[in-house]
Design a binder for this molecule. Structure first.
Ligand code: MN
Length: 509
């Protein structure tokens, strides 16, 4: 088995930023670039310097940061764009021109010969400015195959250092991209080849892998697969597929990416760009290492490899179990024992029956609800819900400070509190923190709000992290129609979980 080191060209800050609805400030771009460098990518495509002053500044700031990876910038095949990249401090330019007839005829309105001449001039000019040059034939997969080879030969002769094959509209199959990758290796007399795959048919990662197996040494990828339309090949999926799967060609692949940082980087990006990944997204989706079905949970508890292809820790995650109508006795007992609760068979079945009845009503069961049900069944030896929300109101508007009032029952004693905040959610959370302060010092460390559907009746999803005075944290989530109420419910749920955990821990010690 021979091993090949694959180069990761991250274009989150360029193609990723071209995602509809995403726009980043120079400071945000720099912060993401640092995360990407920590992750271990080989190249960051920092932006497209000619598009705006802010973009130019963002690229310059990233260059000036002196990160350990290489920094590239995009330029069309013209001197103005290349000058703009050079002026931003870049010594690595990714220059492109479209080569498919549809782009030449309708977009650029030039002939194939003119396109080759422009490509050659751009490569020669960028080389004359002392830059490393990666050349892309835009829409390569819809370009006439023999013409594509001519373009690659011409730019290789003009001094290009690297060739990129963009599947600009995600139109390729793995078989076709493999064929034109082999063509490109030959036409360019063995220059290093990259593949840049889009996900319009859900094949971006499969196409990128096929390109690599056919001789490419680099893929352009983005965190969470963000990018134009259906996005780009996702970095986390591509890196883990390279690392973990058997490729059946006598080769294994490595990258410079520290896989344990993938989840954290994905979360950071989602938060910064305000775009969540779908729950069933491979590797980084909420459900990627979650289990509910009784059969699966039982298998996982015996040996995680039964229903997990890789261990969640490998990508910086933790497995989670959930109870609902598909739950089984083993999974439920495992969850209860995480909270220090041991039950006999009769008790377990009684709890499970109640859970299934709630699940059949189409309801989601949180950990606190599971513990509450358990406490009902276990009676005196059981546990109580520690904090209950009894009353709550907020007021907000223009020309007035947002203000919240909360009334909580803590161990059946009532406490009330009020607070001002920068907004209604902030006021509500401060009021809860203040009221809780009398019994336990708890703090909301992280707050994340996402809209699940469109329109003014959209459902929102609130994820929060609550921290106690010892630095223990717990993350919890709530979904609802009212942003403020949903936030309050998430906080109360988090407080209960962290307090229950601490209480049960104290009892055991
Ligand atoms: Mn692209």
């Amino acid at each position: 088995m021979t091993s090949r080191r694959i180069r990761i060209f991250d274009t989150t800050l360029r193609d990723g930023e071209q995602t509809p609805g995403i726009s980043l400030s120079p400071e945000q771009k720099l912060a993401i670039a640092k995360k990407l460098d920590d992750l271990g990518v080989d190249v960051i495509e920092a932006g497209f310097p000619v598009v705006s002053d802010g973009e130019h500044r963002g690229v310059s700031m990233i260059v000036a940061e002196g990160l350990s990876c290489e920094i590239a910038g995009l330029a069309r095949a013209n001197r103005k764009d290349i000058d703009s990249a050079a002026d931003a401090g870049l010594n690595y330019v990714h220059t492109f021109i479209a080569t498919s007839d549809i782009h030449l005829q309708y977009k650029l309105k030039i002939t194939r010969e003119e396109a080759v001449a422009k490509a050659v001039d751009a490569v020669e000019y960028a080389k004359s400015r002392g830059m490393q040059v990666e050349f892309s034939a835009e829409d390569a997969t819809r370009t006439d195959r023999s013409f594509l080879s001519k373009v690659f030969s011409a730019v290789a002769a003009a001094g290009a250092d690297r060739i990129d094959i963009p599947d600009t509209v995600g139109y390729s199959t793995p078989e076709y991209i493999a064929e034109i990758t082999a063509d490109a290796v030959e036409a360019s007399s063995n220059l290093p080849i990259s593949v840049h795959c889009h996900n319009d048919f859900g094949l971006a990662v499969a196409n990128a892998l096929a390109g690599i197996k056919a001789g490419a040494s680099c893929a352009h990828v983005t965190i969470n697969g963000i990018g134009e339309r259906a996005g780009n090949a996702s970095l986390e999926e591509f890196v883990m597929a390279l690392k973990c799967l058997s490729h059946g060609n006598g080769e294994s692949y490595t990258t410079g990416v520290t896989s344990e940082r993938l989840y954290d980087t994905s979360k950071y990006l989602s938060k910064t760009v305000g775009m969540q990944v779908q729950p069933n997204k491979a590797i980084v989706g909420e459900n990627a290492f979650g289990h509910e079905s009784g059969i699966h949970t039982h298998g996982i508890l015996n040996n995680p490899l039964t229903y997990e292809p890789i261990s969640p820790e490998l990508v910086g995650r933790k497995r989670w179990l959930h109870v609902g109508k598909h739950a089984g006795i083993h999974g439920m007992n495992a969850m209860l024992s995480e909270y220090g609760i041991e039950t006999d068979d009769r008790q377990s079945y009684a709890i499970l029956e109640k859970i299934k009845a709630i699940g059949d009503q189409g309801k989601f069961i949180t950990d606190v609800e599971l513990l509450t049900i358990a406490s009902e069944v276990l009676g005196e030896k059981g546990i109580r819900r520690l904090v209950k929300l009894i009353g709550f109101s907020v007021s907000t508007g223009i020309g007035t400070m947002p203000y919240a009032f909360v009334k909580l029952a803590i161990d059946d004693r009532e406490f009330a509190g009020t607070a001002y905040g920068v907004g209604p959610v902030d006021a509500a959370l401060k009021a809860i923190e203040g009221t809780m302060g009398r019994t336990a010092k708890l703090q909301v460390k992280d707050y994340n709000l996402a809209s699940i559907s469109g329109g003014s009746t959209a459902l929102c999803e609130v994820t929060i992290v609550v921290e106690d005075e010892h630095g223990n944290t717990i993350s919890t989530k709530s979904v609802g129609e009212d942003i403020v109420t949903t936030s309050v419910k998430a906080v109360i749920d988090g407080i209960n979980r962290i307090m229950l955990k601490n209480l049960l821990k104290d009892r055991k010690e």
